[in-house]
Write a protein that binds this ligand. Sequence first.
Ligand code: BGC
Length: 768
Amino acid sequence: MKQFVFAVLIVFWACQAPKNKDAAAMVERIPEVEALLAKMTLEEKVGQMAQVTLDVITVGANQFHSDEPLQLDMDLVRKALVEYHVGSILNTANNRARTVETWHEVISQLQEVATKETRLGIPIIYGVDAIHGTTYTAGATFFPQQIGQAATFNRQLVRKGGEITAYETRASGIPWNFSPVLDMGRDPRFPRMWETFGEDVYLTSQLGIELVKGYEGDNNDISDPTRVAACLKHYLGYSVPVSGKDRTPALIPEIELRERHLPAFKAAIDAGAHSVMVNSGIINGVPVHASYELLTKLLKEELGFTGLVVTDWKDIENLHDRDKVATSQKEAVKLAINAGIDMSMIPYNFDFCNYLVELVNEGEVSISRIDDAVRRILNMKFKLGLFEHPVTHYNDYPLFGSEEFVQAAYQTAVESVTLLKNEGNVLPLKKNARVLVTGPNANSMRALNGGWSYSWQGEKVHEFSQAYATILKAIEDKIGKGSVVFHEGVRYNNDARYWVDEVVDIQATVKAAAGVDYIILALGENSYCEKPGDLHDLSLSENQVALVKALAKTGKPMIMVLNEGRPRIIRTIEPDVKAVLQSYLPGNFGGLAVADILFGEVNPSGKLPYTYPLFVNSLVTYDHKPSEHQARMVGVYDYESDFAIQYPFGFGLSYTTFEYSNLTLSSDKLQKNGKLEISVKVKNTGDMEGKETVLLYTSDLFASVTPDVKRLRGFEKINLKPGEEQTVSFSLTPEDVSFINAQNKRVTEPGEFVVRIAELKAEFTYVE
Ligand code: BGC
């Protein structure tokens, strides 16, 4: 039966996919690399395909732990690099950030052994997750997490963030970054939603390109010592498991995979990204690490990806231990390498090397597959300039942690903050206001930063972020300590597995509100990452709801500042507050950004990169099908199950007002191979300077596959002074309004389309 399903799958893919090319033949032949390859033994080749974590080669090494202060155990280093020829090391030791000096020392020592004590002197490649700044380097510049970056809708800021992160990662001696995340943030239950650019395909594709170019440079010349190699992850369809829990099975039909999940990867590959990390999960019953269809046929052949494909953490072992598709560890290695994996993030032992050598000797894995994998790895090392300069030196990076970088991170944070409600224009507050600041997120740098901040779960943030302002501190700095009363009310229990919170003293908090003009509620989530962030209930915690309900009785105007990685349900308390500010996970400058917006020094300009749900059972995205609106469609009933959300995708208020007019199309027809020019006038009709993101949507009115109600096709962020007007232009091609049809082919079908910008709309017809 198994074989039958496999055969059907192969036939299915062979029929559907465009003509595939020979993946290995497409990989560049670099003479220096070819010369090396020709000299390498099988063991040396296999070693290049192995990656272990730093804790494996440090003094006191024991999986997640090693002794402090960090010191390499040179015997273990030699075992890895000389005996096993290991080609790559990742991660920090002891799950802790290090200074640039320590990084330099550690990586120099490793390169010394790799280049001087091995037969061929091939440098190792070091990789880390520098996903919102250089995660594991003390003093590095931290940006908002990707979900906040998406809310800025600002391509320049995202690119600048990528450039700075690349620079500071290289200042730490590290040339490879496991970023960007191009998974789609389409399910708020997923604990890694905040690592994504949100739910929209176009926004994710556009910002993904910016991060790749920020990391690798305009022409992807990664020999430039201020650039790093990007790693697109987690290919493919990682973020939508059925249960919402990390690394649990997903069911994604090919039509959906190609419509929503593939485009951002394709765009980033076309933008030249050098590496890809594989989805740790299971799609339609097949672990992606064992999927020849997804790794070789789709990624390497159809998309023409010629870079390096690395596994996620321990995921070859997971084929046996967790997913049960391999009866032994050895079979797991065979499945993965034959599926198209080039490098294994093993990361704790060297068994992979032994098994793979045996498999090649037994004819179970071909030497041409090994050569292809090693060529891809060595090509990247060569392009990074590692053969000439195995390690960069922090002294050559004077801008590390500079004021210029801090400004960029602050600007990204402040442009991400999204004003979702402002009843009676309660915001901005006057600086002579007296406020009660409360809630578990009020005085926490950890919550502002989220996971992947100085440590995996973000639990070590307080040790490294002393110099930065929490929301509370930033408000105190702004209006004076004397005008601020602070009562936490509820706090996170940092020792609890699911980062639960507990009541401190709600009654005391209510009492403290007596003398103030406003209550600022800083609510949301503590930091978390991956599996430990799995949730059983998307609702905001009961304790936080209780705090808001108790304070509501005071009748004081309340402002809710959300600081959360995914939209927790706030339906029952939202009516109690006058204003809502979403800050996502804004990083070290988030406190400052929130205070500047609360007190009107900056006009908010963020927009939601996802649909904020109203109910736990109604998780929909903006690009849903028309049938989500059935109750209203028939116009008679008002079914309780009808489309209901808290705030829409793309929503975000300003302290000024913008008026849209003159939506103009260059023609009412879009021809095959043609282009439609679209323009609109936007005017600042209020009295404060402000930034506005102009969003262009299209709707395909009828199609052979039920069309989405609308799709984002363009965005531009502009700045307007009071009274100022600007014309914003977009262009649309037939490809821009295409979709995947029932045969899994990308098509644009003739017919009518509607263009929408704000409340304006116009129509055109696509003709072939
Ligand atoms: C995560 C990846 C990450 C890798 C290396 C895994 O657990 O899923 O996103 O790049 O660890 O740290």
